[in-house]
Design a protein around this ligand. Structure first.
Ligand code: ADE
Length: 270
């Protein structure tokens, strides 16, 4: 899989992605990452790539010429027109299923804007996808591109040493990952859950799935709507929900009695 990043800050994206797992994947040749400096396509004698916005307003806008030319030169080199993803808070919010879909592409282009963004005409001409990494505004598209490339890379066969871990981790079947433990067996009087020491794979698998369900209910109940559960697991979830309901009723009762106590002692004190 080949990632091409159109950016004004090549050293920023390459520095980050050359590190750790993505860096090793690049060395192994299972992915490639190249950064194209948009500034190299400026025709300005000072290599400017931005100008003031028509109509007035704060900041600078990246001009369409260098962006389009950087993309066209890349297409010429590749002999094809890959998908171009523009990093923008106005885009669809990136998630694991978008990552899965994108990991099937042979080449992907990530277009990173800076300042007040890129002239709309360049976007209209070259972009196929608009993606965001969340509802907040960053200074540029480089960090979002790195986030997406990191996430997509780990789905490319050969990037992770352990092939199964990409599947089992958070969001597989729309569930969060189960808790993990390693040595020592007891840490500050906290013991590792005994089932994990039994070597009984079926029980361990069942315990882990239950932990995933419990954790998803506690931390991201919104995911459960689309969770893939067996009949037995759905029953387990129903039990958890019933327990939570009971607890809620108990808490309400406690709350009332605290209120009653408080009120009566207050009245007594008056
Ligand atoms: N550029 C600036 N903020 C962004 C965000 N949240 N996601 C993607 N690109 C961005």
């Amino acid at each position: 899989m080949n990632f091409h990043i159109l950016t004004l800050f090549p050293e920023m994206v390459m520095g980050g992605l050359k590190t750790s797992i993505t860096g090793r994947a690049m060395e192994k040749g299972v992915i490639s990452v190249e950064a194209v400096n948009i500034r190299d396509y400026s025709h300005d004698k000072h290599h400017h790539v931005d100008d003031a916005p028509y109509g007035g307003g704060a900041g600078m806008v990246m001009q369409p010429g260098p962006v389009c030319e950087a993309y066209e030169a890349l297409c010429e080199k590749l002999g094809k027109k890959p998908r171009v993803i523009y990093m923008t808070p106005q885009g669809k919010v990136f998630n694991q299923s978008i990552a899965q879909e994108l990991s099937k592409e042979e080449d992907l282009v990530f277009l990173c804007g800076h300042y007040e963004g890129i002239d709309e005409r360049a976007l209209e001409l070259i972009c196929t996808d608009y993606l965001s990494i969340g509802d907040y505004v960053l200074t540029g598209g480089e960090l979002p591109a790195m986030v997406m490339i990191d996430c997509i890379s780990r789905l490319v066969p050969g990037v992770l040493n352990n092939e199964v871990s990409a599947e089992v981790e958070s969001f597989h079947d729309n569930l969060l990952e189960y808790p993990q433990y390693t040595r020592p067996e007891v840490f500050r009087e906290m013991a590792v859950p005994p089932v994990l020491l039994t070597g009984h794979h079926k029980n361990i698998e069942e315990w882990r799935r239950q932990q995933s369900i419990k954790r998803t209910l506690e931390r991201r109940p919104d995911l459960l709507q689309n969770a893939v559960l067996s009949k037995k697991e759905r029953k387990y979830l129903d039990q958890l929900l019933a327990l939570a309901k009971e607890q809620e009723v108990e808490d309400e009762k406690d709350g009332e009695s605290v209120f009653t106590d408080g009120a009566s002692s207050g009245a007594g004190g008056a």
